[in-house]
Write a protein that binds this ligand. Structure first.
Ligand code: HEC
Length: 158
């Protein structure tokens, strides 16, 4: 009996380890967070292919502490909300949502990528994970040189 319990415990532990592939949660309610800044990336810009359009950055309360200091506390979440840029006469307006990019600070879970989990939700759909296990090459590789700013590029403005 003792042996059985022990082997069951071991099996459970093994399953837990396997299932520990860390996932970035969908950032529910981020549109009510703090707006950090916005930017339009037009055709001809080197990042147009991946990030062309209008993006707005949002930060939760914890991430705001990071923007005001040097490093971001655990639980910081920053959003890169990317929308189509629609030219309409002499105006540029927001079109359909392309992707909701997320950086989620959890130093233990996302140790391999600077303590940040990176994910993208296609069209803003919580079920469409476009990064999944490719965070290191698809996202972190480009953010890595920003180590001095805890792997972020943007700065808060007045
Ligand atoms: C080729 C470089 C590059 C790649 C690849 C890249 N990013 Fe970024 N990312 C940037 C730049 C530059 C900014 C700053 C944008 C601004 O100031 O508006 C940024 C900003 C962000 C921000 C806001 C916080 C910050 O760093 O300022 C988030 C969130 C983000 N990216 C998520 C992602 C995710 C998720 C991926 C992978 C799908 C990704 N990024 C891939 C260059 C990149």
């Amino acid at each position: 009996m003792k042996a059985l319990v022990l082997s069951l415990l071991c099996a459970t532990a093994a399953t837990t380890v396997q299932a520990a592939d860390p996932q970035v949660p969908y950032p529910q309610g981020y549109r009510e967070w703090h707006h950090v800044k916005s930017m339009v990336i037009e055709e001809g810009h080197p990042l147009f292919g991946a990030f062309g359009g209008i993006h707005h950055l949002y930060a939760n309360d914890k991430a705001m502490k990071g923007y005001r200091g040097e490093s971001f506390p655990e639980g910081s979440v920053i959003i890169f909300d990317l929308l189509e840029a629609v030219r309409d006469g002499n105006a540029v307006t927001e079109g359909a949502r392309k992707v909701v990019g997320v950086m989620h600070k959890d130093s233990k879970k996302f140790k391999a990528t600077g303590g940040w989990g990176f994910e993208g939700f296609g069209g803003g759909d919580p079920a469409k994970r476009v990064v999944a296990t490719n965070a290191a090459s698809a996202c972190f590789a480009c953010h890595q040189p920003q180590k001095a700013q805890d792997y972020t590029f943007s700065r808060l403005r007045d």
